[in-house]
Write a new protein. Sequence first.
Length: 420
Amino acid sequence: MVEEPLYRRESGRMIAALTRIFGIHNLALAEDVAQDAFCRALEIWRLRGVPDNPAAWLMTAAKRRAIDVLRRERTARRFAPDLGRLHESEWTLVPTLDAMFEPSAIKDDQLRMMFSCCSPRISEEAQIALILHLLCGFSVGEIAAAFLSSHAAIEKRITRAKHALAQSSGLFDLADRDLPKRLASVQRSLYLLFNEGYHGASPESSVRAELCREAIRLGALLADHPSTSTPATLALCALMVLNASRLAARVDALGNLNALADQDRSLWDKALIERGIELLDRSAIGDELSEYHIEAAISSVHARSCGAAETDWKKIASLYDLLIRAKPSPVVALNRAIAYGHAEGPERGLAEIAAIDDISRLESYPFYHAALGEFELRRGESTRAREHFDSARKVARNAAERRFLTQRADACAAKSGASV
């Protein structure tokens, strides 16, 4: 009865608002009250039908339940210290909560919760898990499946992170002088969350659009607030939106991966492309050039191309030259080598791959072997290409990748047979 997208969106909004009211040390109470609102919705909507504005109905239910809790427990429990006097008086209680459930107040509370989740006291892995759990409504089991971990391990990670949150004096203050440093952690968490959905290692699926959607939704909160709408934030949002525009073409109806060159570009979301380019243009204000700017610029080159053959690979290669300096890593170096291979030929691509530092770190990455296979195939070395695709298949992270790499290996075998 309560649809999953509605639950994901409204759960996070309610928990953020309720945590602001009850205090971060009462986070469990905020979660319980939010859950109670959904339980009431299931009961009442089953009898009366879904209301015209289910989100408003849920928020009203949560607010009324919060008022009940404050009235019943205000002498026995310590709530948010800065709201103590307002909670104690019946004259101020209801007006205070009405104001705190205004849409603009809830947006600020979601941002404050996001920043609180990215405390330096919490590990990067736990930050992402906590954001998914508290702000996106993902269960422990769903998070465990997304990050290839056990239920017990994720539950322990989230419990420890919540304990660290409870030690805070309150939700993060958006006027805090440490906001720029904390903002970088928030941006990083959303970047990793999106990438886990776009090309993660889940054994069930190589693409999980729900993770991408949640990262974009939370990124929009950052972009809409004057304190967090920095050039890097706008560039990150542009990157996520531009990449999301290709989601519908990344897999076919059977769940098989499509290489970028083989994607049906009529399936690319033109509205998202326009939005992404607009965000990228807005991010160009000032002197800041972040890794998100460069990656978004690369994605925009693909988005603007009419077809695979028209892609400006020389421009992409030059952008990777910038990115490798801003964000050196073997994966970035591999993508740079692939760009040069498309721009200048397979021999250049193979030479750039051979020159990668710490190349041994790519041995378990299937698309390292696949890149070698593609370049060898373009050189006419079908047998050698098949060997690389076989190596890639052995380290594939899910069934979709395995099928894709098997198809490439089979194509090499067919070419080898034809050339004999």
